[in-house]
Design a protein around this ligand. Sequence first.
Ligand SMILES: N[C@@H](CCC(=O)N[C@@H](CS)C(=O)NCC(=O)O)C(=O)O
Length: 217
Amino acid sequence: MSLKLYFAPGACSFVPHSMLELSGAAFEPVSVKLHKGEQRSADYLALNPRGQVPVLVDDGEVVTQIVSILLHLDAKFPQAGILPASGLARTRALSTLAWMNNTVHPTFTHVFMPQKFADDEGTQKVIGAFAANSYRGLLGEIEALAARASPWLTGEKPGALDAYALTLLRWGGYAGIDPTTFPATWDLAQRFAALPAVVRAVERERLQLNVYQPAAA
Ligand SMILES: N[C@@H](CCC(=O)N[C@@H](CS)C(=O)NCC(=O)O)C(=O)O
């Protein structure tokens, strides 16, 4: 069995990256430098024509899209607790995972990469500012979930939702949002990042949890 994960430091690929570490599986991490445009190289586009991370390669089979990669890993490593095993708990976790991936994540893309949504700089600024405000509201929804975590978002075991919550909260720093203003999510993110298995992913990505910088007075 060979597993390879293409990830970019600080990107959404942290979610499957940390899950692979939690599973204890042997895998080869391959870093893709998005700021250098490596995702648009011919070799990478041959792997994923959409030019995005994450990509999982399992015995030569390419799997893209976070939700699909997580389901694939969950089926392979059921003991890892990536998602609840069954029943309504699993259904609800998938519902939150889908929402994080199809709503919260793309809202941040509008903040971080407004050039994907408009040509002229003025419109990009308006899109970025509007999306940052929406993003704050969405982090508020995650905060309500984190406030009920016991102790993790899906119960007793840390899993994919905790990794995604950490990633989304951390990104908020780049949108001018102080992560400590969401105390339950901030606490969850710190606890998750401190898990010995997750520390390996955090160190490999050289992840700084709080990237928020207050505007100069
Ligand atoms: N829907 C995709 C989203 C993946 C995505 O947005 N990846 C970003 C990093 S967080 C990326 O690779 N961006 C590079 C680019 O757009 O050039 C998934 O779930 O995998």
